[in-house]
Ligand binder design. Sequence first.
Ligand code: SF4
Length: 240
Amino acid sequence: MNTPPRLKKSANPRNNDHVSSRPAVPQTLQHLFMTDEPLKRLYETIADCPNCALAKQRSQTVPGSGPVTANLMLVGEAPGQREDEWGLPFVGRSGQFLDKLLSGIGLTRADVYVTNVVKCRPPKNRDPKEPEIASCSDFLDQQISVINPVVIATLGRFSMARWFPDARISQIHGQVKRIECRYVVPMYHPAAALRNNNLRSVMHDDFEKLLPLLEKQSASNPRASVPPTSKSAHPRNSPL
Ligand code: SF4
């Protein structure tokens, strides 16, 4: 994995004088900027994207984070304020809870790929609009194509709607769906659990359903005596 500067200088607030008053990305999160080569090229394309109204208001794009070899991809809704400032997905309070959910099944952010259905922050953290999601969907297509995850967990109703447009999240969360060559598991958004304490245990339970899917992948791969999210367990090496 390379550690190049991920974004063009003009698109990265850490390099811009006019935003130098913004908080710096903590050292503990710097590893989330590590980017594999195929994703780096895609991130550079996203950084220049003018394709919807959100381009005008962003500080920078928030393409995603995680290794190209991840077996688990988490797809949320949209960057928030902190994400817009730092250029990383899920680094605010929702991200802290997401880290706990991952820790509960023995994973860290370094094991998984995390992104959103739109790569730019909607103003005042409003919901992303349908035309914005549609404009951005090709980037998510490309991320899925490059990473080829075994499991996609959708976080919230906007990413759920990509695969289950008529579903209600309260009815299908935690249900494992087989779609073509991978599993898709709809989940609540971590922010929902921050607003409603009752959803915290629901989300922990739903996350536990991911582990057997990842372990199944490892079991099907003769080189998978290492954790399921390691490079050798990548789905490209699997009959799945
Ligand atoms: S949200 Fe997506 S489509 Fe819209 S400007 Fe940002 S990167 Fe482009």
